[in-house]
Design a protein around this ligand. Structure first.
Ligand code: PLP
Length: 389
């Protein structure tokens, strides 16, 4: 097999429709949407159409959609927006949880240095938090609760609707990082009623470097980037028209094929998971019932995931150990540690993340190669020998 790409939580291949939307903007509609001539107007029209389509896919209004350079910027902007509101109202407490992406955690650390107090909730052994946990720590001076919709390492889904309800009962803003969820599970801001939401195009077959901050009408996003006043004056810089049009195309496609893709991907995921669990001393990390259909995070005792990854790569299989952002570090994943998973299991964790572009033949190949390599690595591992004594 030439190459099997099962690292879709890191990024996805662009869809044909998204590529052709991008190409059309690059070749034909290359005007600056702020220019007053015909080509500028055409680009502005495309931008408006993309904003309308994306709003519709999310159950939002068009004036609630702000284009960003991706999920990281949207997370930063959402949290800084709430922080500004907090400063104006003397509220300096923010609640989040331990397995958030670093785009959230590092922004919160920055605010902590500026005098905000941050409460990071513990997750349970499946990586979940409950609305009750949130309710118990909300205070008079809490301005924001920011909880991801689904975790990028394990796929565990959080009860966002219930969390938003608790927040709103107490007059607290709620943001959700839905970067891993949008295009993969049902996400509708009208339904959850969250105040802010982040998404990123490259997680659902759009281009890298483009995303959205959804910000409910009545809340003005904090301006992270000053300049010519694009995006209703709150996010300057000439718009990435091609990337934005490709994102709209990719999101429409994901929503149009939602049910079919969900069944296809979860069937492949179930096969992969069931077959891999035949390997002795293996365990699935994450929720059994509330998980993205695409992610299998599995630990093999006595294995170092880096060795497994490299050997799988030699066989043409691309996957991750934990999150791609952690691949420089040999420490066990902070997400798995927060779930109480032992160091030796966390060190042997691999994340396979599928998309509808995978085939069952590819899944069978991944099972065959992973089984062979785990067996081989254990046979040459002194750690494994000691564990089995
Ligand atoms: N949030 C989550 C949950 C993610 O998985 C990622 C990317 O991996 C991001 C935020 C950052 O998104 P981007 O790569 O678009 O900056």
């Amino acid at each position: 097999m030439e190459r099997v790409y099962v690292d879709n939580a890191a990024t996805t291949a662009m869809s044909d429709k998204a590529i052709s939307a991008l190409n059309s903007c690059l070749k034909d509609t290359y005007g600056n949407p702020s220019s007053l001539h015909t080509l500028g107007n055409l680009a502005a029209e495309k931008l408006s159409a993309a904003r309308r389509d994306i709003a519709q896919c999310l159950g939002a209004r068009t004036d609630e959609i702000y284009f960003t350079s991706g999920g990281t910027e949207a997370d930063n902007q959402a949290i800084m927006t709430a922080a500004e509101i907090g400063k104006e109202n003397g509220k300096f407490h923010i609640i989040s949880q331990k397995t958030e992406h670093h785009a959230v955690l590092n922004t919160l650390s920055k605010l902590e240095k500026q005098g905000f107090e941050i409460t990071l909730l513990d997750v349970d052994s499946e990586g979940k938090i409950s609305a009750e946990q949130v309710e118990n720590v909300i205070r008079e001076d809490t301005v924001l609760v920011t909880i991801m919709t689904a975790n990028n390492e394990t796929g565990t889904i959080m009860p966002i609707k219930e969390i938003v309800e608790v927040c709103h009962e107490k007059g607290v803003l709620c943001h959700t990082d839905a970067v891993q969820a949008v295009g993969h599970i049902y996400v509708d801001v009208g339904d959850t009623d969250c105040d802010m939401l982040s998404l990123s195009a490259h997680k659902f077959h759009g281009a890298k470097g483009v995303g959205v901050l959804y910000c409910k009408r009545g809340i003005t996003p904090y301006t992270l980037i000053e300049g010519g006043g694009q995006e209703h004056g709150v996010r300057s810089g000439t718009e990435n028209v091609g990337g934005i049009c490709a994102m709209a195309e990719a999101l429409k496609e994901a929503i149009d094929n939602f049910d079919e893709n969900m069944v296809r991907v979860s069937n492949m995921r179930n096969t992969l998971e069931k077959q891999l669990l035949y390997i002795p001393h293996s365990q699935i990390n994450g929720s059994q019932n509330n998980r993205l259909p695409s992610i299998v995070n599995i630990s093999f005792k006595g294995i170092e995931s880096e060795s497994l990854l490299l050997m799988l790569d030699n066989e043409g299989i691309c996957c991750s150990a934990g999150s791609a952002c952690n691949s420089e570090s040999l420490d066990p994943s902070y997400v798995l540690k927060a779930m109480g998973i032992s160091d030796d299991m966390a060190m042997g964790a691999v994340r396979f993340s599928l998309s509808e572009y995978n085939t069952i033949d590819e899944i069978n190949y991944v099972v065959q190669k992973t089984t062979e390599i785990v067996k081989y690595l254990r046979s040459v591992s002194p750690v494994w020998e000691n564990l089995n004594k």
